[in-house]
Design a protein. Structure first.
Length: 331
């Protein structure tokens, strides 16, 4: 695939080393439609595509951030950490969008994780923020790499004070509220997934203007809060609500193996293994229970990651990028 060019590089060739320190990613993204469409469009708006993507990061505030009312906390955290919001727009995390965003990591997801993600990701709109550091240090690693490090890890037990995910809620592996693209190439690709041509141009134009758009981010958060009820995402209350709902549902079921299995699992739901069996019984029975309660409990007790596998593309760290930039400097 070598027909056409994107800001001087043939489609299908490896992308610029300025956009990724991972050689495999540079090859794969050279033929990725989402990345190519986004970078092509950015190239019509600025001659410094690589510089723009180096200076900007993106944050996706997922539906769990909306219902837990943590978008304003995130806006405050960004300001305290020296990041200016330069664009803010709503997006919808459809089943297709979820698989596109995590296409190179979703091979690690268990069937239970995929099912739970589908239950809440498309429950309401999410919010995308584009940010840049207030201090423009040309020697610093890409903004996306820095924001991803400061955001904190997926595992809530590994988060520490000061990290964004520590401040906005340590709920579970899947209910982590915020996602960030790992490095500059991922910023372009993910904006290509979230937005069509017209909306993406508005996002890029807003970011290029560089004005503080935190007021717009708060306005969009208020809109989302008006549309979606607040939810408590902690495990214990959700587990109690789920057991009560199962008990009520049992009364509507005909006597037999399904009802007996539900009752047995409900009465045994006292620890992780017991709640896991309860979740399995709920799904076998096809009970139409509250989706958020199912997700909250499920993300605590069901397996989230397939073992013995690595992602197609792994994350990168600030030290990875510091070494990469040192290699580029001596070329």
């Amino acid at each position: 695939m070598t027909g056409g060019t994107a800001h001087g590089r043939p489609f299908g060739d490896d992308i610029s080393p300025a956009l990724s320190c991972d050689p495999r990613k540079r090859t794969l993204f050279g033929s990725d439609t989402y990345f190519l469409e986004s970078v092509e469009q950015l190239g019509t708006l600025t001659a410094d595509v690589d510089g723009f993507l180096h200076r900007h990061a993106a944050l996706l505030l997922k539906p769990d951030a909306v219902v837990s009312r943590q978008i304003p906390t995130t806006v405050d955290w960004l300001a305290r950490n020296g990041f200016r919001i330069v664009a803010a727009e709503r997006t919808r995390l459809t089943r297709t969008a979820v698989r596109a965003l995590w296409y190179f990591q979703w091979n690690l997801a268990t069937p239970q994780r995929r099912r739970l993600a589908d239950m809440f990701m498309d429950s309401c709109d999410a919010l995308v923020l584009v940010v840049r550091p207030e201090a423009d240090d040309g020697e610093a690693p890409p903004a996306s790499v820095v924001v991803t490090e400061r955001k904190g890890p997926t595992d809530p037990r590994a988060r520490v004070p000061g990290q964004l995910r520590y401040e906005i809620g340590r709920y579970s592996f899947l209910l982590n509220l915020v996602h960030t693209p790992d490095e500059p190439a991922d910023v372009a690709r993910e904006l290509g997934i979230h937005f069509d041509t017209a909306l993406r141009e508005r996002v890029y134009a807003s970011a290029l203007a560089g004005d503080d758009r935190s007021a717009r981010a708060r306005e969009l958060a208020e809109q989302l809060h008006a549309e979606v009820p607040a939810r408590d995402l902690t495990f214990e209350p959700a587990a109690e609500r789920l057991k009560r709902a199962v008990q009520e549902a049992e009364a509507s079921l005909a006597p037999g193996a399904v009802r007996d299995a539900l009752r047995t699992a409900r009465l045994a739901a006292r620890d992780q293994d017991g709640y896991r069996r309860l979740m399995e019984a709920i799904w076998r029975a096809g009970l139409p229970l509250d989706a958020w309660d199912v997700v909250i409990v499920g993300t605590h007790v069901l397996p989230m990651k397939r073992t013995g596998l690595g992602p197609v593309l792994d994350g990168v760290s600030v030290p990875d990028w510091q070494r990469h930039m040192a290699r580029l400097a001596v070329r």
